[in-house]
Ligand binder design. Structure first.
Ligand code: MN
Length: 207
């Protein structure tokens, strides 16, 4: 796993995003879903593997309904510490606002510990990863399946049928608090008197 592309795309003199540092393997694996208002609002789904976060951009966001197959475009590996990143990315790559939508631990669908880490990595290479998320919003079994013969980086994120699955339509936007930084920014910028996000936070004494 390498963070070379992550490093290449960013200017760390400007962006507050974490530096490209590899982490040692951990006993338990973390995941994060970040909501990212860039040129388009999307979700970034990240799974810890081998000291980095394997990352997919999910335009429609994850779903708890097994009937949904959500397109997930694999992007560059992100550093492990990105799992805690929230904030404003200035002009440049990914410019906009990032907020954490969900996070927690995850493991392989059948095993845990070192065995899970090995199996998940093998799944990544073969284009089929089956895992269990233990988040606040996302729970239970999921799969990421690589699309064959399509764009090279196209995968599908699918919820498996289990006790956590829902049968009614699921929209990740409905699961986002109205007061989230991105939603605040969106409502401020839909008003006639546009306010810059940073100024808004300053006015509220948050920065
Ligand atoms: Mn993104």
């Amino acid at each position: 796993m390498s963070l070379a592309n992550y490093k290449l795309k960013r200017n760390f003199k400007v962006t507050p995003e974490p530096k490209a540092v590899l982490k040692k393997n951990s006993a338990t694996l973390s995941f994060v879903v970040q909501r990212h208002k860039a040129s388009h609002l999307h979700y970034d789904f990240r799974l810890e593997m081998d000291g980095v976060l394997k990352s997919w951009a999910v335009p429609k966001g994850p779903s708890m309904n097994p009937a949904d197959k959500r397109l997930a475009m694999m992007v560059e590996d992100h550093p492990y510490s990105y799992k805690d990143f929230e904030g404003e990315i200035p002009e440049g790559y990914g410019a906009g606002i990032v907020e954490i939508w969900d996070n927690g631990k995850y493991t392989d669908i059948e095993c845990s510990g070192k065995e899970a880490a090995t199996k998940l990595k093998a799944g990544l290479h073969s284009g089929s990863i089956k895992f269990i998320l233990n988040g606040k919003k996302l729970k239970g079994e999921f799969a990421l399946v690589k699309l064959k013969g399509k764009q090279e980086n196209a995968w599908l994120l699918i919820k498996h049928k289990d006790e956590y699955a829902v049968s009614k339509p699921y929209d990740s936007e409905d699961e986002t608090p109205k007061t989230s930084p991105i939603n605040k920014w969106l409502s401020a910028n839909q008003q006639p008197e546009k306010k810059n996000f940073t100024n808004k936070l300053k006015a509220e004494g948050k920065s």
